[in-house]
Design a protein around this ligand. Structure first.
Ligand SMILES: [Zn+2]
Length: 74
């Protein structure tokens, strides 16, 4: 799981079993349980970005994919 503020963010892919450094941040929420200002964040490597994005969009969740720049790394 991704920590919110104080936890040092580990920039690894959120796909189960994948520990590759993430290149993308996937921002999403479940409109049924999350309010409009609530955003969940997954991290994805290039290989799993499409998988995770499709996983969310197939459930009609709003999805926003942001490419991480190297300057964002801790
Ligand atoms: Zn991955």
């Amino acid at each position: 799981m991704i920590g919110l503020s104080s936890e040092p963010e580990r920039l690894a892919c959120s796909r189960a079993g994948c520990s590759v450094t993430a290149d993308f941040r996937i921002e999403w929420r479940n409109p049924k349980i999350h309010s409009a200002d609530r955003v969940k964040v997954w991290l994805a490597c290039a290989e799993h970005r499409e998988y995770l994005e499709n996983f969310l969009s197939s459930r009609d969740f709003p999805v926003n994919v942001v490419q991480l720049s190297p300057e964002d790394a801790p």
